[in-house]
Design a protein around this ligand. Structure first.
Ligand SMILES: Nc1ncnc2c1ncn2[C@@H]1O[C@H](COP(=O)(O)OP(=O)(O)O)[C@@H](O)[C@H]1O
Ligand SMILES: [Mg+2]
Length: 281
């Protein structure tokens, strides 16, 4: 079993460090959660691992090979794919063309295999190949950006804010896909601002705040003791803390329901009537 090892990563933006000395190991075949409030530095870390920002200093090692500071294409070719925040697609291109664009650097056969595999994971996209990306719902856009990352058949995938802005019923459809991705041996680093879904899927979890890792441990421990999240999420005083603890616990209950429902129904069904998300056809 291999690992993606991030060690002592510091990232500067606008002349100040926004990620400070962060170390995280992502094992293959499981989900590792990276949680933290807005501004914690999660996205900056993802961009540094993907080669978009340069870690100074820092190490990103896969099977003994140093990837830090390499170009994004090189990092991707080594087997590390990132799904950046924000679901940016080429709006005028079809779903299929958006997926094909992501295969441009791959040998022809690998591109075809990767595309087939990605569409197996997302039968919904296979039905909507000719639709322009601009007409997709938020959930479908998230499927396309995941497919774009998966076409290169990576060993590790870093997903920045999987569930942000998506209704629970849509997140519900993505959960079994993340499961089957890890079952195929891929190591997933799942970044979320909200803890609930990530902790339901993850084995290990890290909490980041102010550019540093505040907690590392098992996801089960964080689920059982949400107060461990407090230091990172709540720095505003006792009253807020109590309120936020309640919100968090309510969130866990809701996410348990979502995960249980997802486990019970197959992703292939995809028949659930979308709720609460404008634009889902
Ligand atoms: N392009 C940028 N230039 C300068 N500072 C930035 C830029 N993008 C983000 N930051 C700053 O970096 C810090 C970390 O942001 P980010 O990595 O986006 O955190 P998160 O993903 O956890 O919300 C924040 O203080 C943010 O204001
Ligand atoms: Mg972010």
């Amino acid at each position: 079993m291999s690992e993606l090892v991030l060690s002592d990563i510091t990232v500067e933006r606008g002349g100040r460090p926004v990620v400070k000395d962060v170390s995280i190991t992502v094992p293959s075949g499981e989900v590792t959660a990276l949680l933290g409030p807005n501004g914690a530095g999660k996205s900056s870390l993802v961009l540094a691992v993907g080669g978009v920002l340069r870690p100074r200093p820092g190490s990103v090692k896969l099977a003994g090979t140093e990837l830090a500071g390499k170009r994004p294409e090189r990092i991707r070719a080594a087997g590390v794919a990132i799904v950046p925040e924000g679901r940016r697609l080429l709006p005028d291109l079809s779903v299929d063309d958006n997926i094909r664009v992501a295969t441009y650097a791959l040998p022809k056969q690998a591109a075809a295999e990767g595309r087939t595999r990605a569409l197996e994971l997302f039968p919904r996209l296979a039905e909507r190949l000719t639709v322009p990306a601009r007409s997709l719902s938020g959930g479908e856009q998230q499927m396309v950006v995941l497919a774009q990352a998966l076409v290169s058949q990576p060993k590790f995938i870093l997903i920045d804010e999987l569930s942000l802005g998506l209704a629970p019923v849509i997140v519900n459809r993505l959960i079994p896909v993340i499961r089957s991705v890890t079952e195929s041996g891929i190591g997933v680093l799942l970044i979320e601002q909200f803890a609930t879904v990530a902790l339901s899927l993850a084995t290990r979890a890290h909490v980041m705040e102010g550019g540093v890792i505040r907690y590392s441990g098992t996801a089960a421990e964080l689920r059982e003791h949400p107060s461990l999240l407090h230091s990172a999420y709540l720095l505003r005083g006792a009253t807020d803390e109590a309120a936020a603890a309640e919100t968090l616990e309510a969130g866990f209950a809701e996410s348990d329901a979502v995960v249980a429902e997802a486990a019970a129904s197959s992703v292939a069904g995809e028949t659930g009537a979308p709720a609460g998300e404008g634009g889902e056809p």
